[in-house]
Design a protein around this ligand. Structure first.
Ligand code: BES
Ligand code: ZN
Ligand code: ZN
Length: 497
């Protein structure tokens, strides 16, 4: 979707549709909204009649019959002005784009909503509008042979006021394009089924998205992983006909000597549970068990496109967890890259095993900070619900920074405590520890397990995204399926540095 910015009178824009955002506290007189002066006579009667109340995500199309203006005015609600932040605007814009698409409109105009107390600048508003419009149009239909060729919104004319310079408008659009594409890349990878996305194809994707960018991608095959003693990773990978791969993506946007931020993403391309086989219902959506890895890949791509002034290393251990004659078994002991040994109590707790080696490998890059993303435990979904990630780690500061970035990006994440005494449950008779402990506090125990592989001097946060990585139903700006959770949060965090 192409964006064009114009500083004109909205009532005079010739287009199939003009989107107008209204707050629920906008009165029929529309005082305080001078930019709507030319449209008042069409909108005010509808407000007076109570046809439209400005409720967040409410939509009402009007047919104003202006000869030299828009054919339709589409009112979209923003809710109360005092509560309206970037996320509110993004979601409303997503709703607007969907409404336009449902009407088969390819070219539309949109009046950029005003700055509120919760959005700092006109360019932030513009970026939220442009990101929302693009996210709203996402659908995963590449595998439908006879997908009805839905008309897509091709061009959007944004009517701006003086507060937004042409340069800032352009920058807002470029950023929105990068973020939208990153989120869509992650969603595509997650939504593609496991017969198409497996470690080798995922590694090929990482390579192809790095081409022509400042990202250097290295892929470790099984022999290379063996050379590095990645026994925990190899144990999980050995049960599949699709050999495992460890994807390493490096981006250098800052001085060569500056320590990188390491992003580690769990990429189990399908989690059957292994020999500790999942029941069918639990297995159904396990193609999405690579959402952490997909998010890391997408963030790397976005960081390079935005030319962020940071150094990053992305480590994505990718494996398929399958039951097989050669699969690892309950009772096996794996020697991890760190040298620590792990007794496998349950082959379905595989994510922490590949991450143990992923974290150890990332540490070789002497990172300033480490953040891992993983669909790690059903217990985290029980604890925090499906639309919130769990944050655990050894640095309250980093946890807080990520929580804040999530609030700004509309991706909720909440801290869980890593109580050291809970680790008792992971003591093993035969190895250094077990991969599974008692059932209660399962998300925390997963976090404590990972902590054993992290150098205490490196600030580290584990994000358990088992809930929000996939949406059961469509949300305001994402259809059902892979959400790309974490991509926007991490980009927001990295942009804030
Ligand atoms: N991939 C799953 C976790 C998961 C569950 C992700 C639901 C998304 C939705 C993970 O590998 C797993 O199976 N975890 C086990 C751990 C248990 C055996 C300690 C779980 O949560 O039951
Ligand atoms: Zn599992
Ligand atoms: Zn898993």
């Amino acid at each position: 979707m192409k964006a064009v910015f114009k500083g004109v009178n909205a009532a005079e824009v010739k287009s199939e549709a003009l989107v107008v955002f209204l707050f629920s506290d906008d009165k029929a007189a529309l005082s305080g909204r001078p930019e709507l002066d030319g449209l008042k006579k069409y909108i005010s009667p509808r407000l007076k009649a109570g046809d439209f109340k400005g409720k967040h995500l409410g939509v009402l199309p009007l047919f104003p019959q202006i000869s030299e203006g828009p054919d339709r005015i589409i009112l979209v609600g923003l809710g109360e002005k005092k509560d309206c932040d970037g996320v509110c605007i993004r979601q409303a814009s997503s709703k607007a784009a969907k409404a336009l698409q449902d009407l088969g409109i390819e070219k539309a105009a949109l009046l950029i909503p005003p700055v509120t107390n919760k959005v700092d600048a006109a360019e932030t508003v513009a970026e939220a509008v442009l990101l929302g419009a693009r996210l709203g149009m996402y659908s995963f239909d590449e595998l439908k042979s006879n997908s009805e060729k839905k008309k897509k919104l091709q061009s959007l004319t944004l009517i701006k006021n003086g507060a937004l310079s042409a340069a800032k408008a352009k920058a807002a659009d470029s950023a929105a394009i990068v973020v939208a594409e990153a989120i869509q890349t992650a969603r595509d990878l997650i939504n593609r089924p496991a017969n198409m996305v497996y470690p080798e194809t995922l590694a090929a994707e990482a390579k192809s998205m790095s081409r022509g960018t400042k990202i250097k991608t290295t892929v470790l095959d099984i022999a290379a992983a063996k050379k590095r003693n990645m026994g925990a990773f190899l144990g999980v990978a050995q049960g599949s006909v699709h050999p495992g791969r460890v994807i390493i993506m490096e981006y250098k946007g800052a001085a060569a000597g500056k320590k990188p931020i390491a992003l580690i993403g769990k990429a189990i391309t399908f989690d059957s549970g292994g020999l500790s086989l999942k029941p069918n219902d639990g297995m159904m959506h396990m193609k999405t068990d690579m959402s952490g890895g997909a998010a890391v890949m997408a963030v790397m791509k976005a960081a390079a496109a935005l030319e962020l002034k940071v150094n990053l290393v992305g480590v994505i251990p990718a494996a398929e967890n399958m039951p097989d004659g050669n699969a690892y078994r309950p009772g096996d002991v794996l020697k991890s890259m760190s040298g620590k040994t792990i007794e496998v109590m349950n082959t379905d707790a595989e994510g922490r095993l590949i991450l143990a080696d992923g974290l150890a490998l990332a540490q070789q890059y002497k990172p300033a900070r480490m953040i891992d993303l993983a669909t790690l435990t059903g217990a985290c979904v029980v604890a925090l619900g499906a639309k919130c990630a769990g944050l655990m780690g050894n640095s309250d500061e980093l946890i807080n920074d990520l929580k804040k970035a999530g609030e700004k990006a509309g991706e909720r994440a909440w801290p869980l405590p890593l109580y050291d005494d809970y680790f008792e449950g992971l003591k093993s008779e035969v190895a250094d520890f077990k991969n599974v402990g008692p059932r209660y506090g399962g998300a925390i125990i997963g976090g404590l397990f990972l902590k054993q592989f992290v150098d205490a001097k490196i600030p580290w946060v584990h994000m358990d995204i088992a809930g929000p990585a996939r949406a059961e139903k469509a949300d305001a700006d994402s259809p059902a399926g892979g959400t790309g959770f974490g991509v926007h949060l991490l980009i927001t965090y990295l942009r804030s540095l």
